[in-house]
Design a protein around this ligand. Structure first.
Ligand code: ZN
Length: 108
């Protein structure tokens, strides 16, 4: 989270507390705004917007599980679920739960 500037004095020496900001310069305190519920857009390698329930295919071989297993290019994952985090796609491939990066798949 980037620090905001103080709404009272506009200076940027702002202290972060768990649920509010405090301006170190003038002492003004204000609540941290809840993260806006902006619809998260996850796009595949070609810029197509992905949605829950889509089927995607890998565009390259991917090592998983520390490299002990390789998912081949073209492997499909059905009924994906979009999640927050570094790997945006939760899915099952061959019965195993997988987390994939959207940049390595294309909508099938
Ligand atoms: Zn201030």
């Amino acid at each position: 989270m980037t620090k905001p500037s103080c709404p009272a004095c506009t200076l940027e020496d702002v202290l972060s507390h768990s649920d509010h900001w405090e301006c170190a310069t003038c002492g003004h305190e204000w609540p941290k705004a809840a993260a806006p519920e902006a619809a998260r857009v996850v796009k595949d390698a070609h810029g197509n917007v992905l949605a829950d329930g889509d089927t995607v295919a890998l565009i390259k071989d991917l090592k998983v599980g520390g490299g002990s297993q390789v998912l081949k290019q073209g492997t499909k994952a059905k009924n994906i679920r979009l999640v927050d985090g570094d790997h945006e796609i939760d899915c099952r491939i061959d019965g195993s739960a997988m987390a994939l990066k959207a940049c390595f798949v294309k909508k099938a």
